[in-house]
Design a protein around this ligand. Structure first.
Ligand code: UD1
Length: 380
């Protein structure tokens, strides 16, 4: 069975790592068919710190093919991925195409594969289309990822979901229930696997981070692309830094906007804020585990903190991962509601945090469940 997996941007890599590991485990188990796994990197993220370091730290096999598309507008990036991916798909003709998450690479490759025509002799007109982390919905169509999620799910043959809301959303959209599989969370598979190694990181010592600290990440276009939104957010971070030391690894998009709006200097000169480049997986996980609070607009961090029981303040109007609020440690606070943000953060700093549970199937075995289902599907 030929399985082709796609990865393009940073949040894809930890999910791919769990899939690759489950494939290896399957092949070692002796259960047939063996899986020939081909990894395609679109090159959407290309920096050492946004891409290569993740492949190394997570022991993901080196991509067989790199499309090297780089950055651009949405249309340019999508078009470039599609143009470069089509010949690769035709040359390899995998039985199964697996995409993860909600980035531009996810929808671009799924769309190409949905319309491909393999030569007749192949027996299969196109690959089985698989979406891992299906069904999540923020119900906010201004968010590029929401468009990517809806379209990828509409085209996929097998949809693996991480939480019950994903099942409910897909059923409401009319997806055949036989296509939907509640497999759990592959990102949590990778987290569980690397927790011990992450604990050994010396990052806190090296960067002289005190015992009690908060962690900040911001990169959503809705928070960082406009000065009138980003400047007050920087002020908000500065005010929180009066109460607790903050570590702020800056995403490339955010770095360029902070620089463009002349906001970088004041963050860098604040002695209670440590501004760093994007951190590798193990260093970031090390900091996540022992943070007093995390302030973020990331999707994945909402889930990682829920698993770890670390309070997470999400600066967004909505979340596509509601289980992190109903069962987890996540607090959702619209990015401009400063009095509520302060009240919540200060309450957390005082030790008043929610009691949380780990959501169903966030148990380290999601990748294995997915591979088992794929093997059965490809045998049909
Ligand atoms: C993308 C995803 C987003 C995900 C995020 C994680 C889409 C629509 N968005 O957003 O869902 O949460 O990745 O990081 O797919 N850049 C670099 N080096 C890199 C990559 C990007 O410097 O390796 C810079 C470029 O200037 C680029 C900008 O960052 O224009 C934004 O990158 P892009 O991939 O377009 O979107 P992200 O904001 O990273």
């Amino acid at each position: 069975m030929k399985l082709m997996s796609i990865a393009g941007a940073r949040p894809n890599f930890m999910k791919l790592a769990a899939i690759a590991k489950a494939v290896t485990k399957h092949n070692e188990s002796g259960i047939l068919p063996l899986i020939h796994h081909i990894i395609v990197h679109t090159g959407q993220h290309y920096d050492e710190k946004m891409s290569k370091s993740f492949f190394e730290e997570l022991s993901i096999p080196k991509p067989d093919i790199n499309l090297e598309v780089g950055s651009g507008t949405h249309a340019q990036q999508l078009a470039e991925i599609m143009k470069r991916f089509e010949p690769v798909l035709l040359a390899e003709q995998p039985d199964v195409l697996l995409v993860v998450g909600d980035v531009n690479s996810t929808i671009a490759c799924t769309l190409v594969a949905s319309k491909i025509e393999y030569p007749l002799a192949r027996g299969r007109k196109r690959p089985i289309l698989v979406h891992v982390e299906a069904g999540l919905r923020s119900f906010d169509r201004d968010m590029p990822e929401e468009i990517n999620r809806i379209l990828t799910d509409a085209l996929s043959d097998l949809l693996f979901v991480t939480e019950q809301s994903g099942v409910d959303n897909l059923l409401r959209e009319g997806v055949d229930e036989n296509k939907i599989h509640f497999a759990g969370n592959v990102m949590i598979d990778t987290l569980i696997q690397h927790l011990e190694k992450a604990k050994q990181s010396d990052i806190k010592k090296r960067l002289e981070i005190p015992m009690r600290y908060g962690l900040v990440t911001l990169h959503r276009p809705s928070n960082v692309d406009r000065k009138e939104v980003l400047e007050p957010l920087v002020e908000c971070v500065e005010q929180i830094a009066e109460q607790i030391f903050l570590v702020f690894p800056v995403h490339p998009r955010t770095f360029s906007k902070l620089t463009e709006f002349s906001l970088m200097d004041r963050l860098q000169t604040n002695s209670n804020i440590l501004v760093t480049e994007p951190l590798g997986y193990l260093n970031f996980l090390n900091l996540t585990q022992t943070a007093t609070v995390i302030i973020t607009d990331s999707g994945g961090i909402q889930e990682e903190t829920t698993y770890l029981g670390v309070p997470c303040v999400t600066l967004r109007e909505n979340t596509e991962r509601p289980v992190t609020i109903t069962e987890g440690t996540n607090y959702l606070l619209g990015g401009t509601d400063y009095s509520k943000i302060f009240a919540t953060v200060f309450q957390i700093l005082d030790g008043n945090t929610k009691k949380a549970t780990i959501p169903k199937f966030w148990d380290g075995k999601a990748g294995e469940r997915i591979i088992e289902t794929l093997v059965n599907a490809a045998n049909l």
